[in-house]
Design a protein around this ligand. Structure first.
Ligand code: GDP
Ligand code: MN
Length: 396
């Protein structure tokens, strides 16, 4: 589950991570109220108005702007709220912005220049350990840094039984070129950040930029936080942070009915029982020259009702040009699944795309007979290869 910047920052702050302070606003009037309050609480003269969407690169797309007075706060908030923000991480239509974060300006002039760093915390899958990835080259273009100057990105691996050790936090602050007060602040920052990562069961923190201010404070200016969905049951309070407007509507619907569905870019819809068979089916489709439109595991109890729900979900994706049903009847008998498919087909009415059904296992022959005699436009096959050939044929 991804969080908005403002939610991520609040969560980090609750674990003692210093942040750029801000207040959320849905309208220009709320933005003005927020700006006034921030000036009162922090003494900030200027404010930054930041679009809240689940995508990075907002600055580049015009979703992060500096306001030097209250008129500008209102004007910029008015421009950003309601816009379809296109960034390097969205599609061409962009994402509708329904709220902005009004923040204090933390790039104020002072003793030293402010500097922007990059810090993320994530799992290194090769070693199975968490690591802190960091760079002096923070700001808006970390992808370019990784591409052109990868030696400027450092990794610090963390032993899960020891946690982040003090010498590691100091090493990070040192490699970032800090000294004096900023050095101490950075060690505190990374320690609190790592604690927050572990305690919140997150799978990704990306803080870009982490800012060293002109008076040597170290704060999170941005926050991308992804919480591990499999750990959400341990954090009931996080459920309120979910913003389903940002999620794929078909995936949200599938989740609500307990189906595991992942939207993909292709044109062949798949309905399969079991994750392993679902993966094999996706390979089969690719081999036949198609691209899977989704991953869908209808689970062990593929009864008529679930089959109908699954059909309806797959048909919501307009790019689906054919559906491949690949179900192994073990505990659930193939003839029951076949009946489910026939019932679902009839209750949906017309399905204008070809459906290929492969039912193998208990009562597969009865199932095939049921489908063949149903008079519906459904191709039934038993062999895996036949299914592949049929997919190829209907896509041609
Ligand atoms: P992103 O573009 O989606 O990654 O959004 P960020 O939250 O990282 O903001 C983008 C850029 O806005 C930052 O890299 C900063 O350069 C700038 N920015 C953010 N906060 C402030 C601020 O308080 N003052 C000024 N002057 N610029 C800021
Ligand atoms: Mn950023």
């Amino acid at each position: 589950m991804n969080l908005h910047e403002y939610q991520g920052k609040e969560m980090l702050n609750s674990f003692g991570v210093e942040i750029q302070r801000g207040i959320i606003a849905q309208t220009p009037a709320e933005a003005i109220t927020a700006a006034k309050k921030l000036t009162k609480d922090t003494g900030t003269g200027w404010h930054v108005i930041k679009a809240q969407i689940h995508a990075g690169g907002r600055g580049k797309g015009g979703g992060v702007k500096l306001a030097k007075n209250l008129d500008e706060v209102s004007q910029i908030a008015g421009e950003i709220i309601g816009m379809h923000l296109v960034t390097p991480q969205t599609n061409a239509e962009g994402k509708l912005v329904s709220q902005v974060l009004v923040t204090e300006d933390v790039y104020y002039p002072g003793e030293s220049e402010p500097s922007e760093f990059y810090i993320s915390v994530l799992m290194n899958r090769a070693t199975g350990r968490n690591m802190i990835m960091y760079s002096t080259e923070g700001g808006m273009d970390i992808e370019a840094v990784a591409e052109n100057t990868p030696h400027l990105i450092f990794n610090e691996e963390i032993d899960p039984t020891m946690g982040l050790l003090p010498f590691q936090a100091r090493k990070i602050a040192f490699n970032l070129g800090l000294s004096g007060k900023a050095f101490k602040e950075m060690t505190k920052f990374v320690s609190a950040l790592y604690t927050a990562y572990v305690k919140s069961d997150s799978s990704l923190f990306e803080i870009n930029p982490v800012l060293k201010t002109s008076d040597d404070r170290v704060i999170a200016v941005d926050a991308k936080v992804t919480i591990d969905d499999n750990a959400l049951f341990r954090h009931k309070d996080f459920e309120a942070l979910r913003d389903i407007r940002e999620e794929n509507p078909i995936e949200v619907e599938a989740k609500a009915v307990g189906l595991s569905y992942v939207d993909l870019d292709g044109n062949v819809g798949c309905m399969v029982n079991g994750a392993g068979l679902a993966m094999a089916t996706m390979d089969l489709i690719k081999q036949a020259g198609g691209e899977p439109a989704n991953f869908l595991d209808v689970g062990g109890t593929a009864d008529a009702e679930r089959v109908e729900i699954a059909f309806n979900l797959i048909l919501k994706d307009p790019s689906v040009k054919a559906i491949l049903v690949n179900i192994f009847g073990g505990i659930v008998r193939c003839d029951r699944v076949a009946q489910g498919i026939i019932d679902a087909y009839k209750s949906i009415g017309t399905i204008n795309i070809p459906i290929i059904v492969r039912l193998e296992g208990t009562n597969a022959d009865i199932a095939k007979k049921l489908i063949d005699e149903s008079g519906l436009d459904v191709h039934s096959v038993i062999e895996f290869q036949e299914a592949a050939d049929k997919v190829q044929e209907v896509l041609a």
